[in-house]
Write a protein that binds this ligand. Structure first.
Ligand code: ZN
Length: 162
């Protein structure tokens, strides 16, 4: 019989408040904010110590990622419709409709994503956690899944097989 266990962690501290707008060809949201919540689900075998992974490791890594995003403007550096320029510690964004935003770089987080949607944020957080947690490989974890909720009961999930 092949079996695997699952751990799920969603703490009050897994949150970040951030400003963003979604933009794609022919459309742009107004700048607005969310109180994002993050959750982490991990599947794998139980080790000799009775754990899949230590909850403490997951909590530390998830809080680190959240704190890097907290109280920032989320800037999707790979946007195909917003031209983004970073110079002299200022981030300028020019949208398809000519709208211009400019923020201090310290108030922004530059993300390697195309859109700051919950889906792409979930993927970003998931890959950050994978890189921050070599213990996942050491413990033969098979699945890492991250949920990012923009609001209660409005959540996107991204999952990778390790
Ligand atoms: Zn939004």
């Amino acid at each position: 019989m092949k079996s695997r266990y699952e751990v799920f962690v969603s703490k009050d501290s897994f949150k970040f408040n951030a400003a963003h707008f979604i933009a794609y060809r022919g459309f742009r949201e107004r700048l607005h904010g969310h109180n994002y919540r993050v959750s982490v689900r991990i599947e794998g075998p139980v080790g000799a110590d009775g754990y899949v992974v230590d909850f403490g490791d997951i909590k530390r890594a998830a809080r680190d990622v959240c704190s890097r995003l907290n109280e920032r403007v989320l800037v999707p550096m790979r946007s195909d419709v917003v031209s983004i320029d970073v110079r002299e510690a200022q981030v300028s964004m020019v949208c398809e409709d000519g709208t211009r935003f400019s923020f201090p770089q310290a108030d922004c987080v530059l993300l390697d994503i195309v859109h700051s949607s919950a889906e792409e944020l979930a993927a970003f957080v998931c890959l950050q956690l994978r890189d921050a947690l070599p213990v996942l490989g050491e413990r033969h974890v098979v699945t890492l899944e991250v949920g990012v909720a923009e609001a209660p009961n409005q959540e996107a999930r991204y999952r990778i097989d390790l």
